[in-house]
Design a protein around this ligand. Sequence first.
Ligand code: ATP
Ligand code: MG
Length: 330
Amino acid sequence: MRRVLTGIRPTGHLHVGHYFGMLRQTAELQDHFETFVMIADVQALTDNFHQPQKVRAMVLEVAYDVIASGLDPRRSTLFIQSLIPEIAELTVFYGNLVTVARLQQNPTVKTEIAQKRALFGDSVTYGFLGYPVSQAADITAFDADLVPVGDDQLPQLEQTREIVRRFNRIYGPTLKEPQARVLDTARVRGLDGDAKMGKSLGNALFLCDPPEQTARKVAGALTDPQKQRLGDPGRPEVCTVFEYHGLFSREKLASIATECRSGARGCVACKRELAGGANAFLGPLRARRAELEARPGEVLEILMEGTRKARAVARGVLARVKERMHLDYL
Ligand code: ATP
Ligand code: MG
């Protein structure tokens, strides 16, 4: 059976961007693929090395969000990256197949370094610059065919494919070249209008926010700055609230656009409608999450069982890699 792998960093609670960018499609794919979802705690430490207790606490929180979003632990494998040391070994070997210049050109890493100036100052760590290399290890350790991601991850996928091709050219056909799978909701904007809703960026609608908080956040979301009051014509194409209507109530989108352009639709009412739609959509997910939160021991057991299964696969791939690299002493 073909395999899907995707990863999430335990750096904060999951948000609407994760749901529409990646979780929803992973839940759909699990019917047709052997599906692995990795909680990337090692990668989270590349920019949270100074707060390991936060990363640790977020592992379970992310597991609640992922399962509540539809990933079925009986059909799919949910596991913790740091418990698979084979990934770290592959990362070391792949480090020889990538140049520093190539890593420095990665547009997503560039944006992230700029956002993290307070942490990194003028000189980024080797670990953070190299996280796309460890991501190549994450993906290839499971012979993944398909990687569902938001579009910020496309450069990472391209980097993985390059490493795979290079490895196979030098050492002989060994690794599988994965494909990214990106949806039309591959980049949900932030509440502040920023290009990306991010859990570390302070601009997210979290899946687990209480309904009142969702309503408060939506009320503060950026709309068309040229539309000052009811009666002014609006431009849905620049409005974050309009984009979110497309996620939660796609069927109403055409009429919302018409009303907005004509000036008949006011932003306050429009936001109230959005908050209602978002809370109705997220209600069942939040109820499932509350059930999981009440049983942390069971969720931890799901993670341990998933990790055992995942590790067996990664061991096989690493053995193949070491044989090709003449490291098969044992
Ligand atoms: P961080 O700020 O810590 O990097 P993040 O919000 O970017 O957190 P990740 O764990 O890095 O979340 O990303 C997990 C997955 O979710 C990736 O596939 C990423 O592309 C996707 N994703 C994250 N944010 C969005 C978004 N705003 N829209 C669509 N997909 C997203
Ligand atoms: Mg990210």
